[in-house]
Design a protein around this ligand. Sequence first.
Ligand SMILES: Cc1ncc(COP(=O)(O)O)c(C=O)c1O
Length: 286
Amino acid sequence: MLQVWVDDGLVPAEHATVSVYDRGFRTGEGVFETLRAYGEHVFRLRAHLERARAGALELGFDPGPTDRLAEAVRRTATANFETLDRRDSALRLTVSAGRIDPDSPIPGRPAGPSTVVVTSHRLAEAPEAAHAVTVPLTRELPHVKAVSYLVAMTARRRAKELGADEALLTDERGRVLEGAGSNVFAVRDGTLLTPSADAGLLAGVTRGVVLELARAEGIGVDERPFDVVELAGAEEAFLTSTTRELVPLRTVDGYEIGGSPPGEVTRRLQRAYAAEVARERAAGTW
Ligand SMILES: Cc1ncc(COP(=O)(O)O)c(C=O)c1O
């Protein structure tokens, strides 16, 4: 049976519970991370934990020591490795603001330490190339990966209803910001474009790795806004996320992007990404 980390240790999934007084459940005061374990190695764990910490502090609570969160994630990955057939897996870390004191008057002050939960999951198949549609919605506090993910979930549902794989969120000026669960890149005149991290989006860990790799490969990078017309006219485009890595984008709003995906720059970056995963795994760094 799958094991779940709750606060201080692992318990069988069927016994894993959190309190009805938990502020994550009551008022959405919590952050989460989706991580990928390659074998038992959790890729870029530190970057995920730093983002979770910054988000929690912004929401007004202390998530607890980073080493404790790292231990929770690692031990959950290891505990479930056999159950998940020794394959790569996805992990979800949720850290909430902890329980209110049931005896205090509403709204109640934070009583205890943060609540920490880690679950392990099988990886969903990533499409070889994705179809995306734009959805004119933007996330609240977009740089925080808060547990209240209603905008992203709504956008994703609309995209699925239209037969697409991903929704691209656009702001009031029609600029493409990010996918509902991914970041978006385009290639124009050989230069890699992606909206800048302060444009109102989540600075994905994968986005950060791809930008590092592009610079190391000598590919020009321009972090600037673009609209759907510019995206549709790109030579190549792709989405990035922790679980799906780099997924070529085939169409946006029904318009074909470039030639048959993946394009040359995308392929180069996919190869560099795989090499980076292998390098980090072999070195055992995080
Ligand atoms: C809204 C949003 N943007 C971007 C991303 C990509 O982030 P990462 O590369 O850290 O998985 C995600 C991941 O779930 C997301 O939910």
